[in-house]
Design a protein around this ligand. Structure first.
Ligand code: PLP
Length: 466
């Protein structure tokens, strides 16, 4: 009986919609969302009452119900894909969007996509053109390739190349290179999808040139090397260098392809990081085709880039499957602008966020961490404990698994909150802040902070520790 009475006190939906807290959401929040939020809020309270849960009189009041509904409406209207603060120190963080675009790429995107463009129009001829020409010249100029083709991502580039060169025929690949990349990309599975037949050779840890040679038959179509980008084999280990595969390919008139995965145009070993083969080196070593991602170490938009001999690239381009993997103008515009920066390596390092974050000197990270720590201490929050500690970052994106560039971390604690709860609270923020939890400590790596992330962090902690 008491419940029935209390239920009757709940405002009606129509009344609720008239409340200023909900009225003021218009016009930013669409009416159906406000209505839905009002209904859900009322249904929730009704269910709790009928379930015999404790509900205070205050919660049932029109004011409180309207505020709760308004808050829900705002959440329903918020975008699902949203900004987050990456305080993990993993630069190419696949879950957090991989590479950030350079300002120049962003400006190009806006220009090309808010006006018409010559995407498939040959301005000189006044006739239909090809979307692939726009990045072709610069890709060849930067890498020494004869020809290029860009598709949706590197998985698509590998699929298209294998299908074009080897459908129904055999591809020889080392057993130690049958890699899985996070998110369900496995070389053997992609190979099966392409219609090519996998001919694995060697042992997990060692493959010799004679293993490849022994597997070649009249049905062999391709020698494939896969860059084992996301793990490392140490100890008793041998891979056949690309040059030797090239010579073998020449002897048997077989093309050679390398899936580079992360595919960098910059030699990172000059910045104290492990040596990774660059795209230019793979081509110079004789690969007929190389494939790599646009949004890993290149620091551009998601894309799969196929470079190499004109004959093979042209066949990939003409394969009808290419139409289904077709790259869009968003990608092409952002990719061209990113590549332009590589014409001046100093500019690429300074202006492409991925490159800048990977190569930033430790001294700068230390200063950045000290500045953020000082800013947080200045908030004067008694419950907040801040210190800086030594640590390492990760390149991420399945690249350079052994690289552990030195960094400076903020170690944070809020009295009365466990590190786990603090991590959750920061992750639930607006925008969410994604941190590291290590040995029971909440850590923030300043390497991957951008824009006004420091201000976002200060604001979130001020609210949590107040
Ligand atoms: C990352 C990676 C891929 C897949 O590239 P996406 O751009 O994610 O599709 C393929 N091969 C290797 C070796 C990789 O590292």
């Amino acid at each position: 009986m008491a419940e029935q009475k209390r239920l009757a006190r709940l405002p009606k939906v129509d009344q609720l919609l008239e409340h200023p807290s909900l009225q003021q959401l218009r016009p930013e929040v669409a009416r159906p969302l406000i209505l839905s939020a009002a209904r859900q809020t009322l249904d929730g309270l009704r269910a709790r009452l009928l379930d015999g849960q404790e509900v205070t009189d205050e919660e049932l009041g029109g004011e409180a119900v309207a505020l709760a509904a308004a808050s829900l409406a705002r959440r329903l209207a918020a975008p699902s894909l949203q900004r987050v603060v990456n305080a993990t120190g993993v630069v190419v963080h696949t879950n957090l969007g991989r590479s950030l675009l350079a300002r120049r790429a962003l400006e190009r995107l806006i220009e090309i996509n808010c006006t018409y463009s010559n995407l498939e129009y040959d301005l000189a001829a006044g006739a239909r053109g090809s979307r692939y020409v726009h990045v072709d010249r610069i890709l060849c100029e930067l890498t020494g390739a004869e020809a290029s083709l860009v598709v949706n991502n590197n998985a698509a580039a590998v699929l298209l190349s294998l299908q074009t060169l080897a459908a129904g025929r055999e591809v020889v690949v080392s057993r130690g290179q049958l890699v899985e990349i996070g998110g369900s990309f496995r070389i053997p599975d992609v190979m099966a999808r392409s219609g090519a037949i996998l001919r694995e050779v060697g042992a997990t840890n060692k493959t010799h040139l004679h293993d490849y040679e022994g597997a070649i038959t009249s049905n062999t179509a391709l020698l494939l090397k896969v860059h084992t980008s996301n793990f490392a084999v140490v100890g008793f280990h041998k891979e056949v260098p690309l040059q030797e595969l090239r010579e073998l390919g020449d002897r048997y008139h077989l093309p050679v392809m390398e899936d580079l995965g992360s595919g960098s145009l910059v030699d990172y070993s000059r910045y104290g990081l492990p040596k990774e083969p660059t795209v230019q080196e793979a081509l110079a070593d004789g690969a007929d085709l190389v494939t790599f991602s646009g949004d890993k170490l290149l620091g551009g938009p998601q894309a799969g880039i196929i470079l190499g001999k004109a004959e093979f690239v042209e066949r990939c381009r003409k394969n009808p499957t290419n139409r289904a993997l077709r790259v869009d103008k968003l990608t092409l515009g952002a990719l061209e602008a990113t590549l332009e920066l590589y014409r001046d390596p100093a500019k690429a390092l300074a202006e492409i966020p991925t490159l800048a974050m990977i190569t930033v000197p430790y001294e700068r990270l230390r200063e950045r961490a000290n500045r953020l720590a000082a800013r947080l201490k200045k908030l004067g929050l008694e419950r907040l404990e801040v210190s800086t500690v030594e640590g390492v970052s990760r390149v991420g994106g399945g690249a350079m698994p052994l690289a552990a560039p030195r960094t400076r971390l903020l170690r944070l604690a809020v009295k009365g909150l466990s590190a786990t709860r603090l991590e959750q609270a920061l992750r639930a923020g607006d925008p969410p802040i994604i941190c590291r939890l290590e040995d029971g400590h909440l850590l923030m790596d300043v390497r991957t902070l951008v824009a006004d992330d420091a201000a976002v962090i200060a604001k979130a902690l001020a609210a949590l520790a107040a």
